[in-house]
Write a protein that binds this ligand. Sequence first.
Ligand code: TYM
Length: 332
Amino acid sequence: MARVLSGVQPSGDLHLGNYLGAFRYWVADQHDHDALFCVVDLHAMTLDYDPALLATRTLETAESLLAVGLDPEVCTLFVQSHVPEHPRLTWLLECTATFGELRRMTQFKDKGGEQETVRAALFTYPVLMAADILLYEAERVPVGEDQRQHLELARDVAIRFNHRYGQTFVVPEAAVPKVAARVMDLQEPTRKMSKSVSSPLGTVLVLDPPEEIDRKVRKAVTDTETEVHYDPLSKPGVSNLLELLGAATGGDPAELADRYVNYGQLKADVTEALTELLRPARERFAELHADRGYVESVLAQGAAKARALAGPTLDRAMRGAGLLAPPGGFSA
Ligand code: TYM
């Protein structure tokens, strides 16, 4: 079975963009791939964060992933900081990636990369992400559109390392969905839905109750016209709603547009489709949240499995790069 790996930051509440752009593919992939999913807590430290909340958010992110349907019987779910091979491989890859490559990352620029006070780790963030992927010899990485450039970097770094030090890493491929790869903010439909930047009204959360989904969709920004068309450039708000409906019901956004003569009916159907889509996750989350011991045991098991895979890759990479191995190797 092909190996799949992906990750999510525990930097805030998980939203519909995460679900439609990534998680639902993770849930599908786990059945026919050797799949690993990671709560990337080290990545969440690259911007300002509250240390008093990080551990709780990490646990709740894991609970949310189980709630949306990850099954620890068939996939491996773990926390990045529980596997010390990640930061260790990052060093080798920082000695492989270049300053110029990292400076071109659009997410670094978007997150304020030009400011003097920005954390150095925000700059090297994509290298840690490359380590997450390369450690596990992942062939496929299901992500939303915003991660495509980071995936390109991971590929380039793997190819360069292999070329310089001999075959070490599998070169991964990004798997970006056709519909809803970039879910937009409901209040600012030219900007992607995100954990950090938008107004709360623009972001539908995976755990939102039905009345919140209804409120947010009803208030979603559209435009001053009245006709429903799919045209992301000239009608970003309406097109985003059509994409949400298409992703939730399996339809094509442009074809769905033909069914509607006004925005009100479209919004009502989007609300209903999203409510039904997210209902099971909300119910399951409540059960998991009440059983911390279970979730912690899933993560402990996941970390043990992840370490068993990551150790030999790290050892191979360290030796390949010419470092003197300690007795028992680098992963002992
Ligand atoms: P993160 O935590 O921002 O998001 C998790 C996943 O959700 C997708 N996503 C979206 N998809 C569609 N529309 C949106 N508005 C939207 N917002 C987020 C993201 O593309 C992502 O797939 N750097 C990564 C985490 C990471 C990772 C990795 C991913 C760290 N190491 C290794 C894959 C492999 C991130 O910040 O995702």
